[in-house]
Design a protein around this ligand. Structure first.
Ligand code: MG
Length: 389
């Protein structure tokens, strides 16, 4: 078990503190007040919750990204020692400050990229919850990591599982990563019915309570495609050696197959507090009194092949990973626009796939994008996808 003196408490920056992962990260911070304190909280628009979190955790800095809410937050925290900021660019400055030890990147989508790059350049420990960062710019991120003291610990439950299975192993002995998927709310639904499913149907995830964007990504299985690309960059393994398997109980969080035919799996309850606790505890483990998994409660764990025809975005993700360059960035941008449109009742469920395919077919290819190329690709692909809708 980790023991740390008060002076050495790890100072955490939580980007996206009012979202699902952000809130659960703060639960973990509160569970181990002798180990962690909050240095920075960043929220997009949830001003009331940000104020509440700031009053409770007393960070040095908070950022409310939306400028129109700045006055509200500043007034509420007036008279405290907490500095209030607004805008996106200030986040990159604040995460790089020497006081910050660990940056939890839990913001939604592409918006996580710039601040993650800033944190890597500043040598911070990163608990990566924003998988889109690696989907969009995995090659660039790995390049930056090579020249930095920064380390990336995955918060995603599947990638935390890979990490745990790989502790003490040589990557040369890995033959395959087996990425488990719950299959989402439409796993057993006939393919023809997907055209008419509603936003409410798609938001009803069977196992995991998550934010709206990732829940739709789970319903289309785009999320699993993203996670395949995330695993490719985290563990330096080809997409051809990453297999997706549907496991409806979400108890086996993923598996690793080795060259001798042995397979290791990591199991646990489907509760994001577990992978967050693991990522924040590394290189040790944090003991907890929270609910345990009773193995006997799970008399049957089942596995099945994913349906690439019903969930064509799985194939799209493999294609994007194979083509590389800025293609995954295009895919992600079109997905963000399409999911937002679906959540606003502007397009149907199958139009999410159609929007992404058309945008990918249109977008100019860049083989080795720079950060500026990603910024431009993201903006152009979003505009193209908007016009389609
Ligand atoms: Mg996951």
């Amino acid at each position: 078990m980790l023991t740390i003196s008060v002076e050495q408490r790890r100072k955490i920056a939580v980007l996206g503190s009012t979202g699902s992962i952000g809130r659960q990260t703060l639960d973990i911070v509160a569970e181990y007040p002798h180990l962690f304190e909050v240095d920075l909280l960043v929220a997009n628009r949830s001003a009331d919750l940000l104020i509440e979190q700031a009053m409770r955790f007393k960070p040095r800095n908070v950022v409310i990204a939306s400028g129109d809410l700045y006055d509200k937050v500043a007034q509420a925290l007036d008279g405290t020692s907490i500095a209030v900021h607004t805008g996106d660019s200030v986040v990159s400055e604040l995460v790089a400050q020497p006081e910050v030890d660990t940056v939890v990147t839990a913001m939604v989508g592409y918006s996580g990229l710039a601040s993650t790059i800033a944190a890597i350049k500043a040598g911070k420990k990163i608990a990566l919850a924003n998988k889109e960062t690696l989907v969009v710019a995995g090659e660039l991120i790995n390049e930056l990591l090579k020249n930095s003291d920064s380390v990336l610990y995955p918060v995603d439950s599947e990638h935390g599982a890979f990490y745990q299975c790989l502790v003490g192993e040589d990557m040369n002995n890995v033959s395959k990563l087996i990425l488990t998927a719950s299959g989402g709310p439409f796993r057993t639904m006939p393919r023809e019915q997907l055209a008419t499913v509603t936003k409410d149907d798609a938001l009803r995830h069977p196992n995991w309570a998550m934010g709206a964007k990732i829940t739709i990504d789970s319903a289309t299985m785009m999320n699993k495609g993203f996670e395949m690309i995330e695993a490719k960059w985290l563990y330096g393994i080809s997409q051809d050696n990453i297999e997706i398997v549907v496991h409806p109980q979400s108890i086996v969080h993923s598996m690793v197959e080795f060259v001798d035919g042995s397979v290791k799996a990591q199991l646990g309850l489907p509760d994001m507090h577990l992978p967050i606790r693991y990522a924040l505890g590394l290189p040790g483990r944090l003991a907890t009194d929270e609910r345990r998994m009773t193995v006997a409660d799970y008399a049957s764990l089942t596995f099945e092949q994913p349906d690439f025809e019903k969930f064509p975005l799985l194939g799209t993700a493999y294609e994007a990973a194979r083509r590389g360059g800025n293609v995954p960035c295009v895919m992600n941008a079109a997905n963000e626009i399409a999911v937002a449109a679906f959540l606003a009742d502007k397009i149907g469920f199958n139009d999410i796939y159609n929007t992404i395919e058309k945008t990918m077919a249109w977008a100019p290819f860049i083989a080795s994008p720079t950060h500026d190329d990603y910024i431009a690709t993201n903006a152009e692909a979003r505009r193209y996808a908007e016009n389609l809708i």
